[in-house]
Design a protein around this ligand. Structure first.
Ligand code: FAD
Length: 306
């Protein structure tokens, strides 16, 4: 009940136009700067350099929360290409992430494929890897279909899959023929109906099972979690099966567990931090809180500790 109210509250804040305007004027000092790389590419590059100095890689997430027509999708496509160019020019240790929604998923497959191919062509030229985020359950099948079409042509594209969905085990099996790079996440969206696993322990067990299957299939794996129990599980698993460190990486969100990120990098693991970039930072920030009100405690603690 409390969780539902919090979710409704942060969803309201995410969509509140006067607040969005104020946030854009005031800038990220409202709290977003801890969790967002920058509103501009120059700010983001400075943030990324700090991570790189600590031996931490990044994936720059090109935010695009308001896509009404093809010109909005075109704008975000350009923003992604700008991030790719910045990685190359500044010799950053970086990759790119994006939501297919932001490059036109809702405008039709032709639009989204066209924009993605432009991004992947550019990324290929500069040896930059691009990961497609996973969104609400209702779009999961569509996103996987687009990914398969892109993967058939490009080897610099990967996809996120959610451990809280029952379908994911089958998706991992079916995608195996593409030897895909998969980012495993627990899942940020509250789903209705019986498509998702509600119990946290069962989600955690499913996460471990999926990572194990994918790694033992010989595929590159992005382990995106702040959960020490899962991180330890992966460390033990790779040791037991002699899986080399260059077959997987750990990933966390910017602003979450900064010290742990540095420790993992020092231990010799590839540590990648997800750095959101773009003017839609406020909506991203509120949505993050709305999707999982349980994260608010961690978010506030992380803000206080800084
Ligand atoms: P949780 O169950 O939230 O946390 C597990 C444990 O981690 C906690 O019990 C605690 O011990 C520890 N912990 C967590 N945060 C902190 C903290 N700040 N300080 C101290 N301890 C902490 N979701 C999607 O649906 N689609 C995506 O495409 C997507 N991409 C993502 C990309 C990355 C790189 C990451 C890291 C997450 C992404 N997510 C995505 C979000 C994800 O689904 C989860 O909602 C989010 O990561 C929280 O889950 P968790 O695995 O960290 O575990």
């Amino acid at each position: 009940m409390v969780e539902e109210t919090m979710r409704a509250f942060f969803t309201f804040l995410a969509k509140n136009k006067p607040l969005i305007k104020t946030a854009n004027k005031v800038g990220m000092e409202l709290g977003g700067s801890s969790f967002v790389g920058g509103e501009t590419i120059d700010e983001t590059v400075e943030q990324v350099k700090k991570f790189n100095e600590d031996g931490i890689y990044v994936t720059i997430d090109c935010l695009g929360e308001f896509i009404h027509d093809s010109s909005d999708a075109e704008e975000i496509t350009k923003q992604c290409i700008e991030a790719i160019h910045a990685i190359n020019e500044h010799e950053l240790k970086g990759q790119v992430s994006l939501k297919l929604f932001s490059v036109g998923l809702e405008l039709g497959e032709e639009t989204v494929l066209k924009n993605m191919k432009r991004i992947l062509e550019e990324a290929k030229q500069f040896d930059v890897f691009v990961t497609i985020n996973m969104e609400e359950y209702k779009n999961c099948g569509k996103i996987i279909d687009v990914f398969k079409k892109l993967r058939a042509e490009y080897d610099n594209v990967g996809i996120a899959l959610q451990a809280n969905l029952y379908r994911t085990e089958t998706d991992v099996e079916k995608l195996n023929e593409f030897s895909p790079v998969i980012r495993f996440v627990k899942g940020a969206y509250k789903e209705s109906g019986d498509v998702d696993i509600d119990d946290k322990d069962t989600v955690d067990e499913n996460y471990k099972k999926l990572v194990k299957t994918h790694l033992l299939n010989g595929n590159y794996t992005q382990v995106a979690t702040h959960d020490d129990d899962i991180i330890q599980y992966v460390k033990n698993l790779v040791k037991k099966h002699d899986i080399p460190n260059d077959q997987f990486e750990f990933q966390m969100l910017q602003g979450m567990r900064d010290e742990r990120q540095k420790e993992l990098a020092k231990e010799g693991y590839k540590m990648v931090v997800y750095v959101p970039y773009g003017k839609d930072w406020y909506t991203y920030f509120m949505k993050r809180l709305a999707e999982r009100p349980a994260n608010i405690g961690f978010t506030l603690k992380s803000m206080v500790r800084r």
